[in-house]
Design a protein around this ligand. Structure first.
Ligand code: SDX
Length: 431
């Protein structure tokens, strides 16, 4: 038997199969079960994919036990301290940190793709005024393939790159236009003299009737939060993008599918749900009641912003955002935001509770991000939109990585069938 193999014996038939182990550069090896069905006649069963690697990737590495997150091998803490969103976006797309010329060229490309087709602008008016911005984003992003036929040949590497640039560049413009529609204000064009996040703030909050000053604290805080949200291995929305992309769907449709998956409260929708939860808890004295509800299997209430499929330690992104909170709230004049105080006390009490300790439930990236978004003046229904803007870099990078693979195949899982056996149709008068 080979060293890097695992032999599985079927005790029902006595048959054995020797399966190869695939080496990882960091983290667990993977057992290649491609021959499992053909050799033993069984499917493997792993709903929720707790033990299943769906692909190989060189983009992001997580160590859930240690609370480690790396983009292309660089620790998130170092990128958060030294880098900026577009530099990390370049790193994710091209694999290496850019030199100055490469960065300036990339920034110029992204800046000059930020405008939306004028015909697309009227698309927003078709939505009811109180449409959730995430619903608008799904619709508008999905429609981009109707405007950009020149960059949807996924077999063409240059087309893939242009589509990736367009997605990264246009998400802030689409997000801001979604927000403006929801408040009945005119859309604001991108300003090429502004930074990526400065442009977003300007498109969201400026109005034609007066000058708008971008707060540098808000601009930098948003840039940092965006770095933290860029990618996260094969999370639900990224896996959705990959599965959609595996059929050969155009990149804009794939990103729209990722936005739809991100919206769920168990995933990217949690940041909005955390603020709703903090409002529902209201005061520190009510925390025990809500913790009891979170532990009650008969109560659907969960502590939003807590727990993670991979992190069984503190989410390193939550740690960074938590420390940011103090600085940003202080500078933006929300130092005593009761929600931040409540979040700190809720974390402190939950992390001393046996239920949370036993299940290794720690705050995740969404637990504190909403507190900062609120301090930046971003409305609650735009929190997940912020997540989608940043995660678009990860989605397009993962999509490009998958499409470029030599043996890329359509994703088509099997199932454990538990329905009726074969039976005959019965006429109506015999039912
Ligand atoms: C994101 O995958 C990613 O990487 C996602 C993300 C990314 O960057 O892409 O990191 C972003 O989505 C962060 C997660 C945001 N979601 C929330 O904060 C929602 C609240 N969290 C939970 O819904 C839950 O923790 C999940 C969805 C995040 C993880 O679910 P799992 O891994 O399927 O865990 P589970 O539901 O099996 O829970 C294990 C146990 C259960 O109790 P027992 O059945 O063992 O008794 O822990 C309990 C759960 O009931 N539990 C919670 C809880 N989370 C898990 N109990 C109370 N409150 C919670 N928040």
């Amino acid at each position: 038997m080979g060293k890097d193999t695992v032999t599985i014996t079927d005790n029902r038939s006595g048959r054995q199969v020797e399966l190869p182990l695939l080496a990882a550069t960091q983290g667990p090896y993977a057992l290649d079960i491609g021959r499992f069905f053909s050799e033993l006649g069984y499917f493997t069963y792993d709903p929720g994919f707790l033990s299943t690697a769906s692909c190989n990737s060189a983009l992001t590495y997580l160590d859930g036990a240690e609370g480690v997150l790396q983009y292309r091998g660089y620790p998130i803490e170092q990128l958060a301290e030294h880098s900026n969103f577009l530099e990390v976006a370049y790193l994710m797309l091209y694999g290496e940190l850019p030199n100055r010329g490469q960065q300036e060229n990339f920034n110029t490309i992204i800046t000059h793709h930020s405008m939306l087709n004028e015909a697309l602008k009227s698309f927003f008016h078709g939505f009811y005024h109180d449409a959730h911005p995430m619903a608008i984003m799904v619709g508008v992003v999905g429609s981009l393939s109707a405007f950009y036929h020149d960059s949807t040949d996924i077999t063409n590497e240059r087309h893939r790159e242009i589509a990736a640039h367009r997605m990264i560049a246009k998400m802030p413009s689409i997000a801001a236009a979604s927000y403006k529609h929801s408040i009945g204000e005119p859309q604001v064009y991108p300003d090429n003299s502004l930074s990526y996040t400065g442009n977003l703030l300007n498109m969201m909050f400026s109005v034609p009737c007066e000058a708008y000053a971008i707060d540098p604290v808000a601009e930098k805080a948003l840039d940092l939060i965006f770095i933290l949200h860029i990618d996260h291995e094969q999370n639900a929305s990224t896996s959705t993008v990959r599965l959609a992309g595996s059929s050969g769907a155009n990149p804009f449709a794939c990103i729209a599918s990722g936005i739809a998956a991100l919206w769920g409260p168990a995933h990217g929708g949690a940041n909005e749900a955390v603020l709703d939860m903090l409002d529902e808890i209201g005061e520190v004295k009510n925390i025990p009641t809500f913790l009891a509800r979170a532990k009650d299997k008969n109560d659907p209430f969960r502590l939003m912003g807590f727990g993670h499929r991979v992190y069984k330690n503190y989410d390193p992104r939550a740690r960074i955002i938590r420390s940011m909170c103090h600085e940003v709230l202080e500078k933006l004049g929300d130092a005593n935001d009761p929600r931040f105080e409540l979040a700190l006390r809720l974390e402190e009490i939950a992390l001393q509770d046996e239920y949370f300790i036993e299940r290794k439930l720690y705050p995740n990236v969404d637990f504190y991000s909403g507190v900062i978004y609120k301090a930046l003046g971003i409305p609650r229904n735009m929190f997940t939109v912020m997540f989608a803007i940043a995660r678009t870099v990860g989605w397009v990078a993962q999509w490009m990585e998958m499409i470029a693979e030599d043996n890329q195949r359509i994703g088509r899982p099997r199932q454990l069938y538990v329905g009726h056996g074969p039976r005959d149709y019965r006429p109506m008068d015999q039912r």
